[in-house]
Design a protein around this ligand. Structure first.
Ligand code: C2E
Ligand code: MG
Ligand code: MG
Length: 585
């Protein structure tokens, strides 16, 4: 409904205030343009007199408050406010009119309005004063800011809490923990920090998709929250990492007990979209003030204890202690030395030849990473690769390894010393990186090594990662003529279907099955079974860790095609390998 000026005037004139107030005439809106603007305005516009009586209200005001003009005009504006504000407003208007000051009385502020149905909502209001026929009038222009308010509140929420689970985020958690520490400094109470990392969450995410992963995290947070007291603080500080801060009661439960209950809360499987999912957790605990005095320290130590729980196979609770502190300091030192070693190019590759078991001729070689450290000499990969993986250095190192191995193999081929495939070990993060195939292709082009002279070794955990990326990568590698070998086969959990899909050219039988091969009947049976399966899938087989003639004889008899081990040759740096090859000539 949009009122014309005359209509407006009529409405105002006809309308007698219910409170006996006479309405002022509205001559100001003589211009049709002004009336059109008044009614077309998106903002609600209302005019009151010095006693707060509504003189005019436009269409938007009707919509905003749910009253029609007839219901509003002639009434006190307080009908559009919740009771406490109405009272305040009356006093404010009275004081203002009593003072002689004339000015715009409000450029804009946020106030609360009340609709006809009694519901309240935030609105932005600006008020100015004007005179009409000697009458003192006020015009208020306002609009609903519920949406904006919700948005700002949401942003404020996200600054402190995790949008998915509603748990405190890292900053808020540390702030809460610091406050608790301040309080406990004077009352002498202890605080336990629990660092919880879910076991097997990544697989759930990979196998069922991120949406299911997200739903699972929400449910887990709910179960944790239910297990904890209201006064405990629960935070989410990483994809699948939760932290809890608990002010301990000297007569109450210990931190370990609470950790056990949190673990217990995960026991019952989660049902998401008809899927039944199970997830475990590894928990590390540290205490204020025993282990650390600041929030950062205590959290860091709980994280170290959690990492120890992971190392021990997960699904357990570990308390931070002195031994862990020493170990973590060692790791820290190792890491900073390793970073330096990468920049100083102190990493090198050694090559271990692989042999045809029938002819005893070299038929391949594996590149094995070494770190020549100024202090500790040659450091074995088992000592630094886990740390490099944990701290994300392994992809950088891996790229260097592929390039160097391709270059060295090219050197051997061009020198006419050896023309075989070089096998390079690829860690999970590098293999699953988008663009991995393009990287390999580019390294082959820049070093000139033919694709069929490069083989990539991945372990079962990489192969069994069911992400589409892994399947795509293996497919692309196969198309490019680059071979794929399954390393350390038999110690993980391979699915046979997956083996077939990933198009492995080679299976490397783990050396743990070769070590006791001549005495241990079950190892013999396992090796025979692996060979039978590999044959069925048209894959070649390499037995790793052959150290004795007896092991070799057994493997030859049961039809293993290739061997690698100290009995044939140890891993050697390139110059030594060149000498070895030249001498054999
Ligand atoms: P792997 O890929 O299974 O490599 C074979 C390991 O067995 C090598 O250990 C090799 O020295 C050792 N070996 C070979 N023959 C024998 C033997 O007759 N007896 C015994 N006891 N051991 C033998 P190394 O060089 O210490 O490497 C250990 C592991 O480190 C490798 O196992 C591989 O998983 C990893 N690794 C090595 N280089 C790299 C690399 O460049 N990148 C990645 N991602 N991992 C690497
Ligand atoms: Mg290997
Ligand atoms: Mg191996």
């Amino acid at each position: 409904m949009s009122a014309s000026v005359t209509e407006m005037k009529k409405r105002i004139e006809v309308n007698q205030g219910a409170e006996g107030e006479e309405l002022g005439t509205w001559d100001g809106l003589e211009s049709a343009l002004a009336a059109a603007i008044f009614n077309a305005a998106v903002d609600a516009i209302m005019v009151i007199n010095a006693r707060g009586i509504l003189q005019a209200a436009n269409q938007s005001a009707e919509t905003l408050f749910g009253f029609n003009s007839e219901e509003m005009l002639g009434k006190n504006i307080s009908m559009l406010m919740p009771a406490p504000y109405a009272h305040e407003h009356d006093g404010y208007l009275y004081n203002y009119c009593a003072s002689a000051e004339r000015k715009i009385i409000g450029i804009g502020r946020e106030v609360t309005g009340q609709r006809k149905d009694g519901s309240c909502f935030p609105l932005h209001l600006s008020v100015s004063e004007f005179r009409q026929d000697d009458q003192q009038l006020f015009v208020g222009i306002c609009h609903d800011i519920s949406e904006r308010r919700k948005f700002t509140e949401h942003i404020a929420f996200l600054a402190k809490y995790d949008g998915l689970t509603g748990c405190a985020n890292r900053r808020e958690f540390i702030e809460g923990l610091s406050t608790a520490i301040d309080a406990c400094q004077s009352n002498g109470r202890k605080i336990a920090v629990l660092f919880i990392d879910l076991d097997g969450f990544k697989q759930i995410n990979d196998n069922h998709g991120h949406q299911v992963g997200d739903s699972l995290l929400k449910l887990i947070a709910k179960r944790f929250q239910k297990t904890l007291r209201d006064s405990d603080l629960l935070g989410r500080v990483g994809g699948d990492e939760f932290v809890v801060s608990i002010i301990l009661d000297s007569k109450g439960e210990t931190a370990s007990h609470i950790a056990s209950r949190l673990m217990e809360s995960l026991k019952e499987p989660f049902i998401i979209d008809d899927r039944t999912l199970s997830v475990g957790a590894s928990i590390g605990i540290s205490l204020y003030p025993d282990d650390g005095l600041t929030a950062d320290e205590v959290m860091n130590e709980a994280d170290i204890a959690m990492y120890q729980a992971k190392v021990e196979g997960g699904g357990c609770i570990r308390l931070f202690d002195q031994a862990l502190r020493e170990r973590s300091e060692q790791v820290y030192r190792l890491l900073s030395r390793l970073r330096k070693a990468i920049s100083l190019e102190q990493l090198e590759l050694h090559y271990q030849l692989q042999f045809d078991i029938q002819t005893l001729q070299p038929c391949g070689m594996e590149a094995l990473l070494r770190w020549r450290d100024g202090v500790n000499g040659l450091v074995s990969p088992d000592q630094f690769i886990p740390v490099a993986l944990e701290y994300g250095l392994m992809t950088t190192i891996g790229r260097w390894v592929i390039r160097q191995a391709c270059k060295d193999n090219m050197t051997l081929i061009e020198a006419g010393l050896l023309d075989v495939t070089v096998a390079v070990n690829i860690c999970a993060p590098l293999f699953s990186e988008a663009g991995f195939c393009a990287l390999v292709h580019q390294l082959l082009v820049s070093t000139g090594l033919p694709a069929e002279r490069l083989e990539l070794e991945i372990t079962e955990d990489v192969a069994m990662n069911s992400s589409v990326q892994v399947l795509q990568t293996s497919d692309e590698l196969h198309k490019a003529g680059i071979r794929l070998a399954m390393d350390d086969f038999g110690v993980g959990f391979s699915s046979l279907d997956r083996l077939k899909k990933l198009r492995f050219d080679k299976l490397k039988i783990d050396r743990s099955f070769v070590a006791d091969l001549t005495e241990n009947h079950s190892d013999q049976a396992i090796v025979k079974a692996i060979l039978g399966m590999a044959k069925g899938l048209s894959m070649r087989t390499v037995a790793e860790g052959i150290e004795t003639e007896e092991q070799l004889a057994f493997l030859r008899e049961v039809g293993c095609s290739q061997g690698q081990g100290f009995w044939f040759a140890r891993p050697m740096p390139l110059p030594e390998l060149i000498n070895w090859l030249q001498e054999r000539r």
